[in-house]
Write a protein that binds this ligand. Structure first.
Ligand code: GLC
Length: 556
């Protein structure tokens, strides 16, 4: 099934027209540059059949909520058949849907419903590893001379019987598991139930490119490509050196500087091939890459010698200390590495990292929202951020995440940020009629979309206002970034587009601050995080209340 491209193009609303030159200043920007991505974690978004686990029909039933919020694209985390050792990131069939989530017909209904609303859909693509239950791996492990043996990374033990290298799995323990029957080890960057595919094998590449085509033919607008920096390993399997900066309590895999099994140069040719396939389809299809790397290394994922990802995910707001100077430096460093063709992006959270409201606290979470939605670059919102959801403590008997089970007690488990979406005041927050697979947050009766929608000062209202402002002001969605700096605990930066300037000032402290607002042509408050000063003119110093951020623009 392929969707007519005309159906994908949203009518350009009149407010997107530039008031100065009467042409559409956004015409040269793609939807993935102008727009906002919203991450749906399907298990926890909306259950439609009462089994306590979210599903595709559930997502479809909530699409109008996403339209109201104002986002442009829905990224759906894995929905493929899977034994769920890593909750869908262990795939047994790349071209089908897990019965828990629905079936291909439900998927087609969802894609149609998304496109009918003028939204886009981005699927998760997991190329680095399959499930150990995938038929490819079952064949591969069946004998040393099976034609699929080389589809995975098999090696003999060292003479003393130990694993071929010292590589550590992301989830703890050796990254090699021994197969008694065939007397060799196989490599897995993640769980032992997630064997790594051998991307040096041309048949593997072709099979995995076929997966991209299968979903592109079905109408998806792009992919979020999982764990891409893990794709290729050193052929000689050299041991990684110890990282002297590693401290106990940090992820065990980081004990080593992972120079031989992460971020290998050959990965870029594989990404370029994925990109060429995506580009061969009409309608601005796109690729987002997941690679958690320092900024300098991340830049290569835009492409080396040939185009790579449209957006290599930038996770640095998640990793950085919440300090205005640190954030100002981060913004400047990131901006300074980007070439004019490389489009930025920003992320506050996802299904793998503690929620922003827990990391920075509920008041600063509003500052974070204003930052995310006023910086240059495509923002990604993780479901629940828009109502200020925080991490939910998970009692030991309800732990689901294999990472927590493998390395307990270090706070690495990811269940707290994966709890069900809180929609309304009903018993199970409108998420399910059954027993949710992870506990609901204790605050769900107060903190939910239905309640916050009617509260003009809620986090939800702030997200909606910020998104509406970003859509209304091309300066925010596509304008240039002009230097981030600080005045005490206040972070400031400016944006510029077509003669129109915007200043953003964010108070990172719990005290009142007064700052010099700078440009004379950005003296009108367009929005405050407190949602009560719109239209106010700043005549001399700008006063910011504790934890207040403002967007200032021209007086017309
Ligand atoms: C990515 C996913 C994460 C998963 C891992 C292995 O980092 O976001 O949830 O566990 O890859 O596929």
């Amino acid at each position: 099934m392929s969707v007519p491209q005309s159906a994908l193009r949203r009518e350009q609303p009149s407010w997107l027209l530039d008031p100065f030159d009467r042409t559409d200043p956004l015409r040269k920007f793609s939807w993935w540059q102008r727009g906002i991505v919203y991450q749906v974690y399907p298990r926890s978004f909306q259950d439609s059949n009462g089994d306590g686990i979210g599903d595709l029909d559930g997502i479809r039933l909530r699409l109008d909520e996403l339209v109201k919020l104002g986002v442009d694209a829905v990224w759906v985390s894995p929905i493929y058949p899977s034994p769920m050792a890593d909750f869908g990131y262990d795939v047994t069939d790349y071209t089908n849907v897990h019965p828990l989530f629905g079936d291909l017909a439900a998927f087609d209904r969802l894609v149609d419903a998304i496109h009918q609303r003028g939204l886009r859909v981005i699927l998760d693509y997991v190329p680095n590893h399959t499930s150990d239950q995938h038929p490819w791996f079952i064949e591969s492990r069946s004998s040393r001379d099976n034609p699929k043996r080389d589809w995975y990374i098999w090696r003999d033990p060292k003479p003393d019987g130990t694993p071929p290298s010292n590589w550590i799995s992301e989830f703890g323990g050796s990254a090699w598991s021994f197969d008694e029957a065939t007397g060799q080890y196989y490599y897995h960057a993640f769980l032992k139930q997630q064997p790594d595919l051998n991307w040096r094998n041309p048949d593997v590449r072709e099979a995995m490119f076929g997966v991209l085509r299968f979903w592109l033919d079905r109408g998806v607008d792009g992919f979020r490509v999982d764990a891409i920096h893990h794709l290729i390993e050193d052929t000689e399997l050299r041991d990684n050196p110890v990282d002297p900066d590693w401290k106990p309590g940090q992820s065990p895999a980081r004990r080593h500087a992972r120079i031989f099994n992460l971020d290998r140069e050959e990965v870029h040719a594989c990404i370029a091939a994925m990109r060429a396939i995506t580009d061969s389809y009409p309608g601005e299809r796109m690729l987002i890459g997941e690679a958690s790397l320092p900024i300098k290394q991340l830049m290569a994922y835009y492409g080396v010698n040939a185009p790579g990802f449209h957006l290599p995910f930038n996770f640095h707001l998640i990793k950085s200390r919440w300090d205005p100077q640190v954030i100002a430096q981060l913004i400047e460093e990131y901006e300074s590495h980007l070439s004019p063709e490389q489009w930025p992006n920003w992320v506050l959270g996802n299904h793998d990292r503690p929620r922003v409201a827990s990391r920075v606290g509920p008041e600063q979470a509003r500052i974070a929202a204003m930052l995310l939605l006023t910086l240059r670059g495509t923002p990604t919102i993780y479901q629940g951020e828009e109502i200020g959801m925080a991490d939910v403590p998970i009692p030991p008997e309800r732990v689901q995440d294999p990472w927590e089970k493998n390395v307990p007690g270090l706070g690495l488990g990811r269940d707290p940020e994966r709890t069900p979406m809180q929609w309304d005041t009903s018993a199970k927050a409108g998420f399910t009629t059954g027993e949710p697979w992870l506990p609901l947050s204790a605050d769900h009766a107060r903190r939910n979309v239905a309640v916050q929608m009617h509260d003009p000062h809620s986090m939800y209202s702030l997200y909606r206002e910020l998104i509406a402002l970003r859509r209304r002001e091309p300066t925010l969605s596509v304008g240039a970034h002009v230097k981030a700096g600080t005045q005490g605990p206040v972070l400031t930066y400016q944006r510029y587009h077509s003669e129109r300037w915007i200043t953003v000032a964010l108070n990172f402290s719990g005290e009142m601050q007064q700052i010099e607002p700078g440009r004379l042509d950005t003296r009108r408050i367009l929005l405050s995080t407190h949602l009560d000063r719109t239209g106010e003119d700043v005549t001399s110093l700008l006063t910011l209340r504790p934890h207040e951020g403002v967007v200032l623009g021209p007086q017309f």
